[in-house]
Ligand binder design. Sequence first.
Ligand code: CUA
Length: 354
Amino acid sequence: MNPELPFFPEAASTVAGDVDVLFITWSVISAFFTLLIAGLIVYFMARYRRRHPEEVGARERTALWLEVAWSVIPLLITLVMFVWGTRVYFKIYRPPADAIEYTAVGKQWMWKLQHPEGQREINTLHIPVGQPIKLKLTSEDVIHSFFVPAFRVKQDAVPGRYTSVWFEATKPGVYHLFCAEYCGGEHSRMVGSVIAMEPQRYEEWLAGGAGGKSMVASGAELFQQLACDTCHRAADNTGRLVRGPALDGVYGSEVQLASGGTAVADDNYLRESILNPNAKIVAGWQPVMPTFQGQVSEEQLTQLIAYVRSLGAGEGTAAAGGTGGPSHGPLDSAGGQIDSPAPQTAGPAKPEQQ
Ligand code: CUA
């Protein structure tokens, strides 16, 4: 509990203060105008009440300056609050570049969480204090919502796509984690906790658990198990990839599409390309990839994406296959792949570099 405001949740993240100041300011302004308007209504009701049955109201002239003032002043107040609120919103929903990515999968009725090092947890998330953490969210069934009041963050976990939320805990403690979207019969029991620890203690905790493989290592393993490497890695005897584009440096790059237009190879694009490969074909390639819908779980998808990401982030359009323009034929595109700076032979041997 917050000692100053007992009905307020504890403020334990870097954005909590901003949210609270905004919230309290809005509340004070709203209360002021509510009381002012309600008070005037009551006062005028009494002051200008009809005193005789035959009394007729007099026509009043309103001063122009008064009309202008009570239109312009509220407009300015709401504009200031809009700009202020927008700035806080962007601060909450744009993760800083140094944020470490964790994943959370909502499921009726639990939160399945995984650390980048591979540690898995259910309904409990251990995090280090003072480290920005980006949580990549998705759902296995219906819409859930990841809500940690002490951090002042809330984000929907939507089936079929990724959303994200970030936070940086400012002090150690155990904080409530709620599902804030009605998701079925046991929704109210879909609760857990976020445990913020001093970095030293967090490292000890991490070392003590059965860590398992890192996200990237698991993804690299899947990449081979699912035979992704036969098209996205193995070249023919001339050193060209003939069936699918190389994935080195693709993550985050702009990809030229066969349909014209471009797409940014972010988490949602990679997800779609695995589950529904024909949706957005890269220019210069044939739609020959089978779908992996039903063959990979949500958790495996995030591992595969973590692996592709570990192959290097793209810069601009240079690393994405077939970006020389729509006039390039398949062979040109494939040749362009070979010339890209990332080595084709980089196999699952380098997963630990993330
Ligand atoms: Cu999950 Cu409500």
